[in-house]
Design a protein around this ligand. Structure first.
Ligand code: GDG
Length: 496
């Protein structure tokens, strides 16, 4: 009997909706669900998470949840949260403290003590839900920053629990982590895991440096892909496991008749204009303002781009209850208006802006149609949009302009045009370089990126993480090299 797997994430991988008198249940979308679901069905297991809306025990929804998932070979275990808990734990500690801090945005943190206590209470609730179902030999895999303390609460009940963690967002450097009033508790909570997975070698290094400096008693042994950290009786393994996408599924959809038809329709509508595409959740980490400024700068300094390119920026509504996100939306909309006011001509509007989620088929058609995908994150754990764009470039003809501070830069550094999102002119010049790039170079770069992403897809990621957690990391595991820009020595030495 294989060991059962428990996946624990803030949200359950479903969408539960009240329709008329009853409930409907839809599977959640996204690579994580499609990669983990087969492993769960095969090993047997459970997915523990919040259903995403305020619910009470004993309602019809419970039957719908149970029946909907019986045939899938694994169970869903809902953790119910009150409105006050959602405010303190999710909107508060998770999204107004850890999210901005881990993205190096100290100024956006609201270090309010009540958020911390609610975070602990809710993490304990999640741990209780796991403990209630766990049997000896099961492996518990906790996902992301909302649930850092789950292992600590689990170990209080049973020291022998086997539990791993994966952080989807970046881990900050020492000087930033030090600002967190609860830095010691967070580090201690992470040390309760058996395996900690980060997106990139840089995140893993940041974590290890924090430990070395703040807990000098730790011993570390660098084992290549995985570093072993020892503190007293505990051994914690730490490594970088860059998350992938379901590459083949994207590629297949991009080649489908349906998408071909849609691409044809869109191509007829836009004519010979080159499409620059941005797709992001509304978030200050995604560099939306910087991207618009860079596009404006490109139109100003490279007039040859006028009437030849359009920036289509799709922004998916997110965390709409938070004031910071509302003012970001207003800022973006003002900029779009300004750029269009300055540069539009009869028949050409330079920025198209859509504030809504797109059906997946339409998104894939846009990924395929775009000549340039423009990702300008100020900081990003990985950035799946960059990878999805490459998977959909089945003709190898598009160019990825990618922020150096997206985790994806480590894997895609040879193929993408890497940019610093704080360097508006640098980004504008990269757009121009992308526009002028020869067919050969475009194809060579894209083909290289597609090869990496095809191999290191989401199934590879799940497999390697679980192998590292349950056995050993195979010898052929290739850790991506950290990306660091090569500065020009002549410029550095030029004292002028
Ligand atoms: C976190 C980390 C890390 C977007 N617009 C539409 C749509 N999407 C889908 C994309 C993509 C996902 O949303 C966004 O993923 P990202 O990776 O870009 O960003 P986060 O949501 O911030 O994710 C990130 C990730 O976790 C995984 O570890 O990469 O760094 O921040 O899959 O396709 N999907 C549809 N319509 C849209 O309009 N259907």
């Amino acid at each position: 009997m294989p060991q059962r797997l428990f996946v624990v994430s803030n949200r359950l991988p479903i969408v539960l909706e009240k329709r008329g008198g009853g409930w409907t249940l839809k599977p959640g979308s996204g690579g994580l669900v499609s990669a983990i679901a087969p492993v769960l069905s095969h090993r047997g297991g459970l997915w523990v998470g919040w259903p995403g809306l305020p619910l009470e025990r004993g309602g019809d929804w419970e039957r719908v949840l149970e029946e909907g998932y019986r045939e899938r070979g694994y169970d869903l275990v809902p953790v119910l949260l009150t409105e006050q808990e959602v405010k303190g734990f999710y909107e508060g500690f998770s999204n107004a403290i850890l999210w901005p801090l881990f993205h190096d945005m100290l100024g956006r943190c609201h270090f309010e003590p009540p958020f911390w206590y609610t975070y602990l209470d809710v993490n304990e609730k999640f741990a209780e839900a796991v403990a209630g179902q766990r049997r000896e030999g099961d492996f518990v895999w906790v996902q992301d920053y909302q649930l850092i303390h789950v292992a600590e609460f689990l170990r209080r009940r049973d020291e022998s629990v086997r539990v791993g963690f994966f952080l989807h967002i970046p881990f900050p450097p020492l000087d930033i982590l030090l600002k967190l009033p609860w830095r010691g508790q967070i580090l201690k909570a992470l040390l309760a895991y058996d395996l900690i997975g980060f997106q990139t070698p840089r995140d893993s290094r940041n974590f290890l440096t924090c430990l070395q400096n703040l807990v000098p008693e730790v011993e570390m042994e660098d084992g290549g892909a995985v570093t072993e950290v020892r503190l007293g009786a505990r051994t914690v393994r730490v490594g970088a496991f860059p998350i992938g996408i379901d590459f083949r599924a994207y590629e297949e959809t991009a080649r489908s008749d349906d998408v071909n038809r849609r691409v044809g329709e869109l191509r007829r509508k836009i004519g010979p204009i080159h499409l620059i595409l941005g797709v992001d959740r509304l978030d200050y980490t995604k560099g939306l303002v910087e991207r618009l400024e860079a596009f404006r700068n490109a139109l100003k300094r490279h007039p040859g781009l006028r009437e030849r390119v359009v920036l289509l920026q799709i922004v998916v509504p997110s965390r709409e209850g938070v004031a910071e996100y509302q003012s970001l939306k207003a800022h973006i909309e003002r900029l779009v208006g300004e750029i269009n006011g300055e540069y539009s001509t009869a028949g050409w509007v330079p920025v198209q802006y859509q504030y809504r989620s797109q059906p997946r088929r339409d998104l894939v058609a846009l990924y395929r149609l775009a000549r340039i995908c423009f990702v300008a994150s100020i900081k990003d754990g990985m950035n799946l949009v960059a990878k999805e764009f490459c998977a959909c470039q089945v003709d190898d003809s598009g160019i990825l302009v990618l922020s150096e501070f997206a985790g994806a830069a480590a894997q895609l550094q040879r193929g993408a045009l890497l940019v610093n999102p704080h360097d508006i002119e640098g980004m504008a010049d990269a757009l121009k370089a992308a526009f002028d790039m020869s067919d050969d170079e475009r194809r060579r770069r894209m083909a290289g990126m597609r090869e990496i992403l095809r191999e290191q897809d989401i199934f590879w990621w799940v497999d390697y993480y679980l192998q590292a957690a349950l056995g050993t990391v195979p010898d052929d595991f290739r850790v991506p090299k950290e990306y660091l820009p090569a500065l020009d020595l002549d410029e550095l030495l030029d004292t002028g």
